[in-house]
Design a protein around this ligand. Sequence first.
Ligand SMILES: Cc1cc2nc3c(=O)[nH]c(=O)nc-3n(C[C@H](O)[C@H](O)[C@H](O)COP(=O)(O)OP(=O)(O)OC[C@H]3O[C@@H](n4cnc5c(N)ncnc54)[C@H](O)[C@@H]3O)c2cc1C
Length: 461
Amino acid sequence: MAHDLVVIGGGPGGYVAAIRAAQLGMNVGIVEKEARLGGTCLRVGCIPSKALLESSHKLEMARHDLGRHGVRVGDVSFDLATMMRRKDDVVATLTRGIDALMAKNGITRHAGAGRLAGAGRVEVTASDGRSTVVESPRIILAVGSRSVVLPGVDVDGHFVGTSTEALSFDAVPGHLVVIGGGYIGLELGSVWRRLGAKVTVLEYADRILAGLDGEIAAEALPLFRKQGLDIRLGAKVKSARAVGTRCVVECEGQEPIECDRVLAATGRRPATEDLGLDSVGIEVDRRGCIPVDGRFRTSAAGVFAIGDCIPGPMLAHKAEEDGVACVEAMHSGWAHVDYDLVPAVVFTHPEIAAVGKTEEQLVAAGAAFKKGVFPFRANGRARTINDTAGKVKVLADAATDRVLGVHIIGPSAGDLIGEAAAAMNFGATAEDIARVCHAHPTLPEALKEAALAVHGQAIHA
Ligand SMILES: Cc1cc2nc3c(=O)[nH]c(=O)nc-3n(C[C@H](O)[C@H](O)[C@H](O)COP(=O)(O)OP(=O)(O)OC[C@H]3O[C@@H](n4cnc5c(N)ncnc54)[C@H](O)[C@@H]3O)c2cc1C
């Protein structure tokens, strides 16, 4: 079968690229090896993790927060099977939605693993082993990423597993050891801690949440510890393995830790193996990423790559932006994704969100900047919802006042960052944000106040 465009991989990068290409009039095929479209994000990433975070947060609120509002709920308990079923239902509904979008846009689904088989050819091998060849002058590689496991960590898919297993434990582990203090480890560690597990987080670095602003990460650390996460910094894991029905984790210079389950959350790498890249002469870089130019073109004519399998932040919305820009570039010759303005969110409680440069990056670049900070404890809305931990921090160019970075830890940070991202995309100054009339009482007023604070003009602090 011949198409104008074939996309290998049905995650947020691939299926969004397919839809945009169909909107632009292309005859599109999409190749996906899993039974369901949606990729890591929908099946075993963003969506199921956020569903469990929400359910476990509601439990936490019922236990520890509602009483402060005068709401009495008596003994609170939970049913893990129902929680998991709800999560699975959310995933199923959304994946069915993608099927409907494929049908609506006339996109042909090819079920099976795709492999480049020379210029303009993709060999698709179905689960029964049968192969067909799909032809197209343009092919997008959107194959995503997979978990990276440290040497010595013996993942068995049950006692010692990755985020995929930790999204579906059938019982609350007595003691869960999380290797890695990044966003996946902290989000899933939070879920299981709220559900009653003792959770130990082992982080090699001297801080959590590498890559995010240091001041914000430093503010998060004691909050997470206070919630009960036993976060150990500078912990170099040498091995982790199942021993009978338990696990043993060995860390340099520490007593071995015995626990019930281990979650290896030490990052992800592009899933670029077995793709037939050599058949068209594409070489990956040392991290396994497929190198591309500004229009997502690989070194092979007619072959493009997007999402987690190319350099850049491994985030679903970044993959989507790549997908749209890649297809629009094929169509119009022009595309642009501003990787400096890709927001990042950690869905712990409080949430953490960021867009733009961190303070460390600005210092390292020798940039002259001003900083405005506003605490949620001085925000009326945060008081009314009894959620006052955290702050908003705005970094602006000292000469032009242009906003260079916004970093938030606090209630609904993941939603608040949208305004900052929009403002920065329009090249806003701190004064521009400060002069916008924000509704009262709302959390976004904290962003306005932090923008005012850049010039020492915050009203409520
Ligand atoms: C636990 C967890 C939580 C996360 N939470 C968030 C979050 O809150 N927000 C966020 O932005 N990001 C989050 N992410 C990251 C996000 O899931 C990824 O950045 C995103 O899915 C990348 O999209 P993609 O389309 O590039 O790749 P993927 O979503 O990985 O999709 C790639 C698809 O390609 C298919 N595929 C691979 N090889 C082949 C082949 N040879 N033939 C056919 N099909 C193939 C795969 O089966 C997969 O469906 C999370 C990830 C994890 C693991």
